[in-house]
Write a protein that binds this ligand. Structure first.
Ligand code: APR
Ligand code: PHB
Length: 403
């Protein structure tokens, strides 16, 4: 078997790459270790930047987002009982975000790709990359455990297999540059059957820790609580979760968060990570395979999509004009945006979480940061600009046109 690009992983990065390549007449094959059902049902974050929404719509996979996504024109930031709104359109010249769960984006992309006859192999095992430094790289895998190995030869391999996939390992096992920060805290995420808690997302700092009020549907809500990164989910009864959510989001107006059955709960640890080596020979890393952000800035999915936009444009130039100039600049262009998203995610995380290791002085600075932010037009504009999404800096390259 031969194809232009073997894509490893059918998350947002892999599926979007396959989608953009096919729109430009470039063949690809996706190898994915999970089943389609699992991909479509795994709960992840759900805030799409304006640029992500525009790209999905411009490339024909935005119909459901248009009808079912919730357009949000701002967020609330809360410190103690003081809650302030940041208005995006007035601060950014009209930008908004859309709350639409990641697995729904994946359903839309999978549907489009499968209707288009895409080659997506689910539930594959032992995916390995080979000869990445040659111009004849290839990938081997077994379709089912114990079956004989299959080989796909290609021109390029796209490592879209997330943080724990084999591609990042291949890149980092020899010379590469990595940056990492681990946090002492994690997020306990719940899905609860109750009414919408707020018309827009609430990011709240409380002395007990951070809380986030988000939404999924009018009757299903997504809430998060800062917990210790090693916390045991079994110690978090539904009652304890509701007590903390209510306490941390209280603004003293006598209105209490409405509780209801909790249908899922889990704890995820938080990390900031960048592998600056995003290309090794003809293997490219994109999305979570190359970087992880803490979820506070809602950047994970959006960053995966912007990596792919750059990579797809590079591949387009290579297949249409025979030039690798843009592919050679993939890492440089992508890292500009990645580091800015890292900066913003780190800023939001530090601003909003309660760190018991902070001195009294540092806690005062944190509080003052919040007061400055909500009282300064310039600071609010900066937050709104980053939250709704920074542009890709193409530099000397031309910005792509999707029609
Ligand atoms: N072989 C094949 N597929 C693999 C392998 C493997 N050995 N290892 C991982 N995968 C698949 C995973 O099953 C997953 O479907 O790669 C995919 C990677 O998807 P994501 O982890 O979602 O990463 P990415 O596409 O870069 O999207 C990043 O998704 O998880 C969120 O928070 C993350 O929002 C961010 C976004
Ligand atoms: C979510 O809805 O899951 C969500 C929203 C905003 C974030 C993170 C997660 O910053």
């Amino acid at each position: 078997m031969h194809t232009n690009v073997v894509i490893i992983g059918a998350g947002p990065a892999g599926l979007m790459l396959s989608h953009l390549l096919s729109q430009n007449g470039i063949d690809s094959i996706i190898l994915e270790k999970r089943s389609r059902k699992e991909i479509e049902e795994t709960v992840r974050a759900g805030v799409l930047e304006q640029g992500t929404v525009d790209l999905l719509k411009e490339t024909g996979v935005g119909t459901r987002i248009e009808h079912e996504g919730f357009e949000h024109e701002g967020i609330y930031l809360q410190f103690g009982q003081k809650r302030e709104r940041i208005d995006f359109p007035s601060l950014t010249g009209g930008k908004k975000v859309v709350v639409y769960p990641q697995h729904e984006v994946l359903k839309d992309l999978l549907k489009a790709r499968i209707e288009d006859g895409a080659a997506i192999h689910f539930e594959v095992n032992e995916v390995k990359t080979h000869a990445i430094h040659s111009n004849k790289p290839y990938v081997t895998y077994t379709p089912v455990k114990g079956a004989s190995e299959e080989t796909i030869t290609c021109d390029y391999i796209a490592g879209c297999d997330g943080f724990h996939g084999p591609c990042r390992e291949t890149v980092t096992e020899s010379d590469c540059s990595e940056y990492e920060k681990l946090y002492d805290y994690g997020w306990l995420g719940v899905l609860a059957e109750t009414e919408v808690a707020s018309d827009e997302l609430v990011y709240a700092n409380h002395e007990n820790g951070f809380a986030l009020l988000s939404t999924r549907t009018p009757t299903l809500q997504r809430f998060y609580l800062q917990v210790d990164r090693k916390d045991d989910i079994n110690l978090w009864s539904d009652d304890r979760i509701w007590t903390e959510l209510k306490k941390r989001s209280d603004i003293g107006d006598g209105k209490e968060l409405k509780d209801g059955p909790i249908v899922s709960k889990n704890i995820v640890s938080m990390r900031s990570y960048v592998c600056e080596t995003m290309r090794k020979g003809n293997l490219f890393l994109a999305g979570d395979a190359a970087h992880i952000v803490p979820p506070t800035g809602a950047k994970g999915l959006n960053l995966a999509i912007s990596d792919i936009q750059i990579l797809a444009e590079g591949l387009k130039e290579r297949y249409h004009n025979g030039s690798e100039n843009l592919l050679d600049r993939y890492e440089e262009i992508a890292l500009q945006r990645i580091w800015k998203a890292q900066r913003f995610s780190s800023f939001m995380t530090t601003l909003l979480h309660t760190d018991v290791k902070k001195t009294k002085f540092e806690r005062k600075i944190q509080e003052s940061e919040f007061h400055y932010l909500v009282s300064s037009e310039a600071a609010k504009r900066s937050l709104a600009e980053n939250y709704t999404g920074l542009p890709i800096e193409w530099g000397r390259a031309l910005a792509p046109q999707y029609s």
